[in-house]
Design a protein around this ligand. Structure first.
Ligand SMILES: [Zn+2]
Length: 458
């Protein structure tokens, strides 16, 4: 995209600061897109644009598989009623059809749509590395570069997480046909990470992290190598864990411990780690994970879609756990929907309301703040608050939306979360990327996306 010039400040009639809502504040930015300071608006600020509604910090989307945006709704026949594993068969058919061009087209539409819904940064958990026959492309980083190009084009901040996927199952099992495109050994994976790190060195909104697909897809030694790589480079490290009961049973059979127990016992899991799903934990695992400082990467609409189960969020939050949200398979792209489903799952279990307020008097407002902060940590970004030193990523709500009528402060944020997202403008690193719901590239993104999806689904 033609990047709009970085504005040097934004006047805010109402803004959610780190210590609560404030009126008539001006947020100033550095040229690199970080917040330089926040102060009460004075006459000299009149040259800065005025936000056209209440201003929130941008939300992090900590878990995305971009290509799956092309298959929402395609695995909903009753023949797919077998849960996650039957859905995965459909997903593998899609993975065998995607090439660099179609991947870039789908990812660019996805990232523009994420921005429209208020996600200002995304963690792309990327394991679709090789050509459909399993051979590396001439440039092995080709598919990763397609994701990175989509982020550059749309302006979303990207933490690209190339994934080490070495085996088809526990015990070093060989990959199945649907997994040929995913496979690296540790040496090939380290080279990919190094190449990508060099490729984005000049792009502050794009950074590289580390990921292992799951405990079933890497051996203990391979995970140790991967974790060392992340620690040496101070990169975030992500892994799918305990999403399905079968995965827990297989882990007990092969490693002699439940997945989260095993990880906590065998690795220095700390605040650079993000454990995606972590759905099936004992109470002791839940508390231990919370105390480790790792972020729980929760994907409520995908977990509901796949029938995964419900994360024990009350116990985890009571123990001081940090969490963020991801849209994963992209059956929803709405942070508000992810947060309210997180809360509603608990209401339905416990028969009461207001369960996950994260220490705030307002449930929706507490959830939003906690997810924005935890998600930022998982992406290795200083984001999730409007304060000096944080990224100048903002969501401007639409004050004319009927659901926000007459609301102020945290009640406004509750209505945004529970009444439905109502977003007017979005800023990333001080640049306005969504203007009245529109992205500057919409006209070219949509035809390319439609063409790619039609070819993919035949
Ligand atoms: Zn995932």
């Amino acid at each position: 995209m033609n990047e709009p010039a970085i504005e040097q400040g934004l006047r805010c009639g109402q803004v959610l600061l780190a210590d609560g809502w404030a009126s008539d504040q001006t947020v100033r930015f550095d040229p690199d897109g970080a917040i330089a300071g926040v102060a009460r608006t004075v006459d000299a600020d009149a040259t800065f644009p005025k936000a056209r509604g209440p201003v929130l910090p941008g939300m992090a989307n900590l878990h995305s598989h971009a290509f799956q945006y092309a298959m929402a709704g395609l695995a909903e026949k009753t023949e797919h009623a077998g849960g996650f594993w039957s859905w995965r068969d459909v997903m593998y058919r899609m993975t065998n059809a995607v090439g660099p061009d179609s991947f870039a087209a789908v990812a660019a539409q996805l990232y523009a749509d994420m921005l429209r819904r208020g996600f200002t940064a995304v963690g792309e958990f990327h394991y679709l590395h090789h050509a459909p026959d399993g051979h590396p492309y001439d440039a092995p980083e080709t598919m990763s570069l397609a994701a990175i190009e989509a982020a550059r084009r749309t302006g979303i901040a990207l933490t690209h997480l190339p994934v080490l996927y070495a085996h088809g199952g526990f015990g070093g099992a060989p990959p199945g046909d649907g997994q040929r495109r995913f496979i690296h050994d540790v040496g090939g994976y380290a080279k990919l990470v190094s190449t990508l790190s060099d490729a984005v060195a000049d792009a502050p909104d794009i950074r590289i992290g580390i990921a292992a697909h799951s405990l079933r897809a890497v051996t203990p030694d391979q995970l140790s190598d991967t974790a060392e790589m992340a620690a040496a480079a101070s990169m975030p490290i992500h892994i799918h864990v305990a999403e399905q009961p079968k995965e827990v049973d297989d882990c007990l059979a092969h490693l002699g411990a439940r997945p989260v127990d095993w990880l906590l016992d065998n690795h220095a899991v700390d605040d650079r780690w993000c454990l995606i799903h972590a759905t099936h934990m004992t109470p002791d695992e839940t508390v231990a994970l919370a105390q480790s400082g790792a972020v729980a990467g929760l994907c409520p609409t995908t977990e509901a879609n796949l029938g995964d189960g419900i994360f024990d969020a009350p116990r985890f939050l009571d123990a001081g756990g940090a969490f963020g949200i991801g849209t994963d398979s992209h059956v929803s792209l709405d942070p508000a929907q992810e947060l309210r489903l997180l809360e509603y799952g608990q209401r339905l279990i416990h028969g009461r309301r207001g369960i996950l307020g994260c220490g705030h008097a307002h449930t929706g407002a507490g959830l939003y703040r906690a997810a924005a902060q935890g998600g930022g940590r998982a992406l290795g970004r200083k984001m999730g608050a409007i304060a000096a030193g944080y990224r100048a990523d903002f969501v401007v709500l639409d004050p004319d939306h009927p659901m926000l009528t007459g609301r102020q402060g945290d009640t406004l944020l509750d209505s945004h979360v529970f009444g439905g997202g109502a977003i007017r403008d979005v800023y990333v690193a001080g640049r306005k990327v969504i203007d009245d719901g529109k992205h500057a590239e919409d006209a070219s993104l949509k035809p390319a996306f439609r063409e790619a999806v039609k070819a993919l689904i035949g």
